[in-house]
Design a protein around this ligand. Structure first.
Ligand SMILES: [Zn+2]
Length: 332
């Protein structure tokens, strides 16, 4: 147990005060990672925590942020490189195989042969694919065009098979970037049977980017957004207002949910304030600050959005579970 990886009394008090009447009994986590530490390939940089996160280990940890809920989910690995993604996928497939109400996505390299991808997703029983910018070679990956890590040949097969695709877009202004808007529109119009999930509220870590750009996707029937690791309410509000509450999916981004702090907008950027980013004891003139788990911050932001938009309990339950289950055709 390290300083960075523990449940504290302040977390429990926060849940009790802010969230206990908000989080439903049955929830579906639309964005969570299962892994062995070795899949990350970055020892030392990895989130602190258990070395092996099985489905059961994940369930145990979810009690830290949603202590009373029964959780199902859509899971993927963390092997975001050509030499690690296959091991990572085998592990996730094994963990999800016996979970009737959960699903997995296969992490895919843009260099994977499209037909091999089709066969592997079927062999491993996945519902779709998870793509990531770290696979892009020879450039600043955080500035990559979507098509560099979600190639059209893969989208074409996802369309033929009716798969989900979880996409964490990059570039500084994310949804407010014309290049991202155009690529998403092109893929979603041309391949109407894909189910595209824009991770992190359309990467709205700075909510103003999602607020500015999400209206470009209005009218698309095959795009969803997950709430994972976002700790500002504005992006959630813009998504619900523009696309409808049916298109927002709660997600934890476990293990990111179990770090301590927030991700906030600063100017036209965003910055992660983690436990090590600053000295929480001295940063505020009035006294020490106790940061809480990021997953709890994200839940409070979602609560704020649902309050401001006056969503009903059943609409909130849709965001927490029914929307994802419908998208994935889970009827049990
Ligand atoms: Zn993630």
């Amino acid at each position: 147990m390290t300083r960075n990886w523990e449940l504290k009394e302040c977390d429990q008090e926060f849940f009790q005060k802010e969230l206990s009447t908000f989080v439903p009994d049955r929830i579906f986590d639309a964005h969570a990672h299962l892994y062995k530490t070795v899949h990350w390939g970055r020892p030392g940089e990895t989130m602190q925590g258990p070395d092996v996160v099985t489905f059961e280990e994940y369930q145990r940890h979810m009690k830290w942020i949603t202590p009373r809920s029964q959780t199902e989910g859509l899971f993927f690995g963390t092997g975001f490189s050509d030499d690690r993604f296959k091991d990572s996928n085998e592990f996730v497939a094994g963990e999800v195989a016996n979970q009737r109400n959960s699903r997995g996505e296969m992490v895919v390299s843009p260099r994977m042969d499209p037909e091999e991808m089709r066969q592997e997703v079927k062999r491993l029983g996945f519902s779709g694919i998870k793509v990531y910018h770290l696979f892009v070679q020879d450039e600043r990956t955080w500035d990559a065009d979507i098509a560099k890590f979600l190639i059209e040949d893969h989208v074409r097969i996802a369309n033929e098979e009716g798969w989900t695709i979880t996409l964490h877009m990059v570039k500084q202004r994310a949804m407010a970037e014309k290049a991202n808007q155009e690529r998403i529109l092109e893929y979603c119009r041309k391949y109407s049977d894909i189910k595209l999930i824009l991770a992190h509220a359309a990467r709205g870590f700075n909510p103003y980017h999602t607020i500015e750009g999400i209206h470009h996707l209005k009218g698309l029937q095959n795009v969803w957004c997950d709430t994972s690791a976002v700790t500002e309410a504005g992006g959630f509000e813009a998504i619900v207002e523009t696309l409808g509450h049916e298109r927002l999916l709660w997600g934890s981004d476990f293990p990111v949910s179990h770090g301590r702090g927030r991700c906030i907008a600063v100017g036209d950027h965003f910055v992660w304030l983690g436990e090590e980013t600053l000295d929480w004891k001295t940063v505020a003139a009035y006294g020490p600050i106790e940061p809480i788990l990021l997953g709890l911050e994200s839940l409070r932001s979602l609560k704020l959005a649902t309050q401001r938009l006056k969503l009903s309990d059943s609409q909130t339950e849709d965001i927490f579970s029914n929307n994802a289950r419908r998208m994935l055709d889970i009827n049990t």
